[in-house]
Design a protein around this ligand. Structure first.
Ligand SMILES: NC(=O)c1ccc[n+]([C@@H]2O[C@H](COP(=O)([O-])OP(=O)(O)OC[C@H]3O[C@@H](n4cnc5c(N)ncnc54)[C@H](OP(=O)(O)O)[C@@H]3O)[C@@H](O)[C@H]2O)c1
Length: 320
């Protein structure tokens, strides 16, 4: 039986990876602090990775596969040091945020990365991911680095993609405010497609795990149709949104998936290596259907980590 250790395994993506492995018949152990449950059938070892001794019990056996999702380089460095010699294959979930250049359209895995963070540096996500990648790469052919783009699906804790499902659902016959759409695209990947890829992949090196490119207008229209929105759509321009304090991409008072022109390479990266190494992308409409249902279950007016409240959206629309 395949013995898999997931450093994490109780979170959103890492939980799906754990579940996928269990479904394939593997024995799965998860390491987490224990605030959330591991998927049924997995063994949960509790411990805090801020304490590097946390790996000592896990280092007493051999692992066929370790998966790490941490975004703290110190955690990853310590894990590789403690478990690297006893592990046949190691997958690290990095991010497209590791790349230094967000402007070049079509860039592949050879694009330059941010300089790797050094111990004591102020926390910067891309630099931490780069340092973590370097630690895992020390394992040579046993190392596999997965760099996801925007991961979407039901249960997404970031609230970004789901914002559009909620916005179109809550508006009904009333207008919805959209970001600039001309020459804008989006790449999204379903959380379960990332999990399936990690479990099935056999290659080493680094691979962008990202969706195919869709015109942003088409993607939002797919969400709108699934949500049954029949009201007007009002496209705002860049300057007007900025003047009204609306942020791009994420966070409060934002329009998720909107990127400024200088980031036109952020969601137009190459996913050829993903496709060539067995990566499968389900139809966008399947993901959208699940996300709309999930947002309605969770409540389209709930407090969110990203997007506009309906009150903010209405105030902006009234000011047009
Ligand atoms: N969302 C996106 O669009 C996107 C895009 C690119 C890349 N990514 C990457 O995708 C991954 C997301 O993974 P995820 O969804 O599973 O993350 P998550 O939901 O934040 O879960 C984090 C996991 O790590 C555990 N953990 C956190 N701190 C710990 C500590 N100090 N000691 C021990 N365990 C700890 C958590 O359990 P406890 O809290 O119980 O400890 C949990 O199991 C990350 O690597 C992220 O950078 C995401």
């Amino acid at each position: 039986m395949t013995n898999v250790l997931i450093l994490g395994g109780t979170g959103w993506l890492s939980g799906r990876i754990a579940r996928r492995w269990l479904e394939s018949g593997a024995a799965v152990t998860c390491l987490a602090r224990g605030g959330r449950l591991a998927p049924a059938g997995a063994v949960l070892v509790t411990g805090d990775r801020d304490d590097h001794e946390v790996y000592s019990a896990l280092a007493r056996k051999d692992w066929d596969h370790v998966v790490d999702i941490s975004s703290q380089a110190a955690h990853v460095v310590a894990a590789v040091e403690a478990l690297g010699d006893r592990t046949a294959r190691w997958t690290y979930v990095s991010s497209l945020s590791v790349y230094a250049d967000d402007a070049t359209v079509g860039a592949d895995e050879s694009a330059p990365r941010h300089p790797a963070a050094r111990p004591g540096d102020e926390y910067e996500y891309g630099a931490q991911k780069a340092a973590a990648e370097d630690a895992v790469m020390m394992l040579g052919d046993r190392a596999f680095i997965v760099r996801p783009g925007l991961i979407v699906g039901d249960g997404d804790p970031s609230d970004r993609f789901g914002y559009w499902a909620a916005a179109f659902s809550r508006a009904g016959e009333e207008p919805v405010l959209l970001p600039p759409l001309e020459r804008r695209s989006a790449q999204v990947i379903d959380v379960d497609d990332v999990a399936a890829y990690i479990v099935a992949a056999t290659r080493s090196g680094a691979v962008n795990a990202i969706g195919d490119e869709h015109p942003l207008a088409d993607l939002l229209q797919t969400v709108r149709e699934e949500a049954g929105h029949t009201g007007e759509t009002v496209v705002a321009d860049e300057e007007w949104l900025r003047a009204h304090g609306v942020a791009h991409w994420a966070g409060p008072l934002s329009l998720p998936l909107w990127l400024p022109p200088e980031m036109s390479g952020f969601m137009t990266r190459s996913n050829s290596a993903f496709h060539d190494s067995g990566g499968h992308l389900r139809p966008l409409a399947d993901t959208v259907r699940r996300v709309v249902a999930d947002e309605r279950t969770r409540g389209v007016d709930r407090e969110r980590r990203a997007g506009l409240t309906r009150a903010q959206e209405k105030a902006l629309l009234a000011d047009r």
